[in-house]
Each structure stands twice: as C-alpha cells, then as structure tokens.
Ligand binder design. Structure first.
Ligand code: IPE
Ligand code: IPE
Ligand code: MG
Length: 248
C-alpha cells in the first residue's frame, strides 16, 4: 500500500458506551478494548507504520469515579504483564508518555521495565499515553525551558520550535500524520496538541471494543485520499515543494 502514515495516533474511545449497551460494568468495556488494541499494534507494524501512539488515559480521566480509575490502573498493570513478551518478540519499542509521577509505584515500575527491555528494538515505535494531556506536555516543556533560561544555559531568543519540541514527551517521534478517534465524538480531548498540528483527522462512529481491521483499513484509505498541503497552494505541491515545508 502506498502513502502509509509515518505516525498514527488513536484516541480509543467508546468502551463505557459499549459496556452499557451490553449490560456489563464499564470495567468490562475497558477489558474488551484490549483486543482492538492488540490488533491496531499488529496491523500498524505489519503495514510499516513507524510510530503508533495510543491514548489510554487522559489527565482529565483522573476525575472519573475512583472505582473506574482503579479498575483501569489494574487493567494497565495486568495487560503490560501479559503483552510485554510478545511486544518485545515483535521488536516493538514501547514508551509511555504522560505524567507518570501520578501513577502507582507498581505501574511506574512496570512501565520503566517495559521501556528498558524494549529500548533497543528497531520495530514499531509504540507510545502509550497514560495520565497524558497535551496541555500538561506543553507546560512541562515550558517549565524546563524556564529553568534553562534562569540558570543561564540558554537565552529566551534561543527558544525555537525545534528546541521546544525536543522537550516534549514525543521528542524524536515524527509529527502525527493520521489521528483516529473512535466512539463518534469529533474532538481532540487534550490529546496531541503540538504533534497533531497538521494531522489528518479520522473520526469513526465505531466504539473502541468493536474497532476492527476493516475500520482501520478505512482510516488508512481515508488518509491515502487526502491532499496534504501544509499551507501551500496546489501548484506548489505539484512542483514538489511540500517536503521543504515539512523538513525545513
Ligand atoms: C475510553 O472509553 C477509555 C478511557 C477514556 C479510559 P470511555 O471510557 O471514555 O468510553 P465512553 O466514552 O464512556 O463510551
Ligand atoms: C479521551 O476520551 C481520552 C481517552 C480515550 C483515553 P474521553 O472519553 O476522556 O473524552 P471526552 O470526555 O469525551 O472528551
Ligand atoms: Mg469517552
């Protein structure tokens, strides 16, 4: 397939509604989200996608009822334990983005171990966004820049987009090309505010537990049909100038 996005980012939404529709607790909806998660990782790796970022838990999701938060955290620990061997065997490099200080010590330990174990893998770059918010990400980078300014190691005028981006959680990962959101809502919900600047947005009505290969294919086909202009005119694109804008 031509025109494969380098970086796909997915907001995995709709577990709760799926659970309600099936008369089961919300936690069961989150568990049912594991199957499409595995599928998305496998399919993106198979298609040669370079990076996949999955939105698993937002900064704002901490405000959900405590029993739902704790069932999600348990699910994260259990899933990591269960999946890490296979991810590693498939050469997936796993990283977590988000405010990990807020996570339990147990989960932080699993995360650190998974990152360390897979750090040298040369396959799919998988980022799991947990306790993540796009605004938090920007603010933590701004704080670091402020520290560097006040210590005198840089001047305010040294701050440019490249330096800023180097302090964001996704440093080293290309901008998102295709952002998919399941569950029918057409909003960003504080996901990748910086890296999504020029992403193509695909909104699927399918609830995450029912997201399947056909729906992922539909998202890729949508992406393949887009003309990405990056602010240029069609004539400039025809003259092959788009790459200059993307990679100055
Ligand atoms: C997404 O599904 C998972 C998380 C936000 C953790 P939801 O739990 O938001 O499902 P809906 O939107 O209530 O259906
Ligand atoms: C976004 O979904 C976060 C994740 C899927 C992890 P939400 O369900 O939290 O978003 P809103 O509340 O509908 O905007
Ligand atoms: Mg939701």
């Amino acid at each position: 397939m031509t025109n494969v996005p380098r970086h796909v980012a997915i907001t995995m939404d709709g577990n709760g509604r799926w659970a309600t529709a099936h008369g089961v607790p919300r936690a069961a909806g989150h568990r049912a989200g594991l199957k499409p998660t595995r599928m998305a990782i496998q399919e993106c790796a198979r298609r040669g996608v370079e990076a996949l970022t999955l939105f698993a838990f937002s900064s704002e999701n901490w405000n959900r009822p405590p029993d739902e938060v704790s069932s999600l955290m348990t699910l994260f620990v259990d899933s990591l334990d269960r999946e890490i061997d296979e991810l590693h065997a498939n050469r997936v490099r796993v990283r977590f983005i988000g405010d990990r200080k807020l996570l339990s010590v147990r989960l932080q330990a699993r995360i650190a171990a998974a990152e360390q174990r897979t750090a040298a893998n040369d396959g799919l770059k998988l980022q799991i966004a947990m306790s993540y918010g796009g605004r938090w990400d920007i603010v933590q980078a701004a704080q670091e820049l402020a520290r560097q300014c006040s210590s005198g190691s840089i001047r305010a005028a040294d701050i440019d987009e490249a330096r800023f981006a180097s302090l964001l959680q996704l440093a080293g990962v290309p901008d998102a090309d295709l952002m998919i959101r399941t569950g029918g809502e057409q909003r960003i919900s504080n996901f990748l505010l910086w890296h999504g600047a020029y992403a193509e947005l695909y909104f699927s009505p399918v609830l995450w537990p029912e997201f399947d290969v056909a729906e992922l294919e539909a998202a890729f086909a949508f992406f393949g049909g887009r003309e990405r202009r990056f602010g240029l005119t069609q004539a400039q694109l025809a003259a092959g100038e788009a790459m200059k804008v993307r990679e100055p």
